[in-house]
Design a protein around this ligand. Structure first.
Ligand SMILES: [Zn+2]
Length: 302
């Protein structure tokens, strides 16, 4: 893919040390802390499906698989995250191009009403989310303090996506999912959660699911929406078959089964096969209405 000459989004925040703490986070921090203590990170994922939830890119088992479960993060970095290294500078610039492209794509999709509908009228205007880059840990505006050990995430309460650029290194080396389009998929997946937030796609609307099944529905839908973005941006960003292969490799790397879960009943994001298949469904069709995992009657047939 090519990023030169493309617009850089301004909906971007570089959170080095000394940044203003997000408002309204304190109660959520206490709540999430309680959930984590009681149920562990897995409980946080499941409990996090409600209004003040946090939507992650990867299952909680990523923590064990790639960070050794060590809780390695320690405080924010001083100054600019983007200026901290050459790799970060490139990652920030790249992320802003991808974010700008998602803004263009989703603005058009919303204007055309090409979205799955859940009861109420579909919004015709897309509201841009903000991408926050941080190091180690971050104070969100409604989802508490979150460590980068859990990977990139979206906080619906403040309409922000949060990414520690070191996750791209983790992907390339520990998860063996290198490549710029693999990184773009991460951003597009989190933007997918934002789209879900705007159109009211909530896992709780599905009757009879377990929390884990409800989570898988939402996550596979976000993968599919990421694919819709890729389809629509294909010409402008010169996305190639090799790029597509990078995203497929990344989708494989972060499947619940590949990250070590044997029990399907406890999957939160879907198997590698499911993640690839739903990403491809969006990428091949370019139609977000094809991403409606919430209307699949049997969650075992997703
Ligand atoms: Zn997700």
């Amino acid at each position: 893919m090519r990023t030169d000459g493309h617009r850089r989004s301004e909906n971007f925040e570089d959170r080095g040390a000394g940044s203003v703490r997000g408002g309204g986070g304190r109660a959520a921090t206490r709540l999430l802390g309680l959930v984590v203590r009681r149920f562990g990170i897995k409980g946080l994922l499941v409990a996090g499906l409600g209004l003040a939830g946090v939507y992650f890119f990867a299952p909680a088992s990523i923590q064990r698989a790639v960070f050794g479960g060590s809780g390695s993060s320690s405080g924010a970095v001083a100054g600019s995250v983007c200026a901290a290294s050459e790799a970060n500078t490139a990652a920030c610039d790249f992320s802003r191009v991808v974010l700008a492209s998602t803004e263009d794509v989703w603005a058009a999709q919303f204007a055309q009403g090409r979205l799955p509908a859940y009861g109420g009228a579909l919004p015709r205007r897309y509201q841009n989310p903000t991408l926050v880059v941080f190091a180690n840990s971050v104070a969100t505006g409604g989802c508490g303090n979150v460590s980068s050990d859990v990977g990139p995430f979206y906080c619906p309460a403040d309409h922000r996506l949060y990414i520690d650029p070191s996750f791209y290194e983790t992907m390339a080396h520990r998860l063996r999912a290198p490549g710029d389009f693999a990184q773009a998929y991460v951003i597009a997946h989190e933007v997918g959660h934002h789209v879900q937030n705007l159109i009211g796609a909530k896992s709780v609307s599905v009757r009879g699911d377990t929390d884990a099944q409800a989570s898988v529905r939402i996550e596979l839908m976000a993968d599919c929406l990421a694919g819709v973005w890729g389809h629509t941006a294909r010409a402008s960003l010169q996305i190639t078959d090799e790029d597509l292969a990078e995203a497929v490799q990344a989708a494989h790397a972060i499947g619940d089964d590949t990250l070590g879960h044997r029990d399907r009943a406890r999957f939160t994001h879907g198997s590698s096969e499911q993640r690839i298949r739903w990403f491809r469904r969006g990428f091949d069709s370019g139609d977000a209405r094809q991403c409606d995992t919430l209307s699949v009657a049997d969650p075992n047939r997703l």
